[in-house]
Design a protein around this ligand. Structure first.
Ligand code: BES
Ligand code: MN
Length: 445
């Protein structure tokens, strides 16, 4: 990888493009402008498309009839950097050590989509043109559920029509091991707020006669699982597709075992739904997760208070063929039924994304598999599903009618969404080559 490309990558990583935090709105916009300018430097036509949220950057080459049209998607927004004190250096001041770049967004998703930009830049430089008609779409709201991109796709459907979509925003099973993901979990988010007394109370004067919102919330949250770690919401598993035999066999042969997952996460023991192994639980079973909760006194020492409120932020990871809104409705009904009349329960619906699953042998799947194999020195790609979500993939299918090739470059220890997120320059190089080979393979398929 040449110094100029690395230098550009570091520039991209310096934007604190945190989409969820209003104080970073300007940084998100500046990052979008940088991406647009970079596309223009490469010789593509590039637009900055405003939305009610953060802008979409849309770039294309000169389209010619008779060629395949490929849409490449990425996102320039990132997750918040906190807990900031756990970083070895400031998250938006990238460092390179032993060929690995550390910064928020290095893997998710700046390194991965920038690798595609470098591939296109190299092809244009070497050959003067691309083998396909290109649409490159980079959005700024993936980490908040892409609220503006769905209406954008609907409004711009005609000029986004394509034969296939390619995205690098998923994982690799190991370093140097090409990985083709044929499924993503979906999700649906909820925020729960329990309110008891009008203000915080002295827990001695009132405790025992007034329900404690923190205790009520704890019971409600605990009621989401049984002792086998199965989700207890009535009807939750109704539409869940069983794991196929070939999937169990393929996954069992992967170089990702339970010991490795334990090591990566630092837990004393893995845990989850009875009857499934760790990869099955992560890739093909739905879950209920508490992402945040709060109530009462959080400072040093003790304070004898009966808190007025308690809240929790929840997400449910979903698998085919669960429907996010249907699950949301069922969860709300379950929580309402379990909540005692001694508190008020408010539930706010959050963002949702549908799960995704394709047959990896269909459509352009074999072109993608060939491209991965060629890029990674003849190594056969691993066929996996993902536990994570890229909600727009199901919307692409629904609105544009095409499948997505998920060719991820995130390593198991890349620490996305966590402190010290990192991306090896090796993967920037792999991604650049993958882009070039993939576009050739799609053109020839
Ligand atoms: N790139 C991730 C999703 C991912 C990571 C898929 C690793 C597979 C392997 C993506 O940016 C992400 O984090 N998405 C969010 C979506 C949500 C905020 C709507 C997620 O999965 O939590
Ligand atoms: Mn991502």
């Amino acid at each position: 990888m040449d110094d100029a490309s690395i230098g550009s990558f570091l520039e991209l990583l310096r934007f604190p493009s945190i989409s969820t935090q209003p104080e970073h709105r300007g940084d998100v916009g500046a990052c979008a402008q940088w991406v647009q300018a970079r596309f223009q430097t490469m010789g593509l036509e590039a637009e900055l498309c405003p939305t009610p949220g953060h802008p979409v950057v849309l770039a294309r080459n000169a389209h010619r009839p008779g060629r395949r049209t490929v849409l490449i998607y990425g996102h320039y927004d990132v997750q918040p950097a906190d807990p900031i004190e756990m970083w070895e250096h400031p998250p938006f001041e990238p460092r390179i050590r032993d060929g690995v770049v550390t910064a928020r967004g290095a893997t998710d998703n700046k390194g991965q989509f920038f690798a595609h930009m470098l591939g296109i830049e190299a092809a244009l430089r070497e050959k003067g043109e691309l083998p396909i008609n290109l649409i490159f779409l980079v959005e700024g709201e993936e980490e908040v559920g892409s609220p503006s991109l769905v209406p954008f796709l609907e409004a711009n459907r005609e000029r986004l029509l394509c034969d296939v979509i390619a995205i690098s925003d998923t994982g690799m099973v190991a370093r140097g091991h090409p990985t083709f993901s044929y499924g993503l979990r979906g999700l649906t988010a909820l925020e729960v707020r329990v309110t008891g007394p009008a203000t915080d109370l002295h827990s001695g004067i009132y405790g025992g006669a007034v329900a404690n919102p923190a205790a009520v919330l704890a019971r409600l949250l605990a009621s989401l699982h049984d002792a086998d770690y199965r989700v207890t919401v009535p009807g939750f598993y109704e539409r869940v597709r069983p794991i196929e035999g070939w999937e169990r066999e393929t996954w069992a042969a992967l170089p990702m075992n339970e010991a490795a997952i334990r090591e990566l996460t630092g837990v004393p023991q893995l845990d989850g739904e009875a009857g499934y192994n760790a990869l099955e639980r992560i890739w093909a079973r739905p879950t209920a997760e508490i992402n945040g909760m709060g109530s009462g006194y959080q400072g040093p020492g003790s304070k004898t208070v009966l808190p007025a409120h308690a809240f929790a932020k929840l997400t449910f990871r979903l698998v085919p063929d669960q429907d996010p809104i249907e699950v949301q409705d069922k969860v709300i009904a379950h929580l309402r039924a379990k909540c005692p009349p001694s508190v008020r329960l408010e539930i706010e619906r959050g963002h949702s994304g549908a799960p995704y699953l394709v047959d990896p042998r269909e459509g352009f799947g074999s072109a993608a598999a060939r491209a991965l194999k060629k890029t990674f020195g003849g190594r056969e790609p691993a066929l996996v599903r993902e536990g994570g979500s890229v909600p727009i993939v199901a919307d692409f299918k629904r609105i544009l009618g095409v499948d997505t090739l998920l060719l991820g470059l995130a390593l198991p220890d890349c620490r996305i969404h966590a402190p010290n997120e990192n991306f090896p320059l090796e993967n920037l190089e792999y991604g650049m080559r993958l882009n070039m080979v993939l576009l050739e393979e799609i053109a020839a398929a």
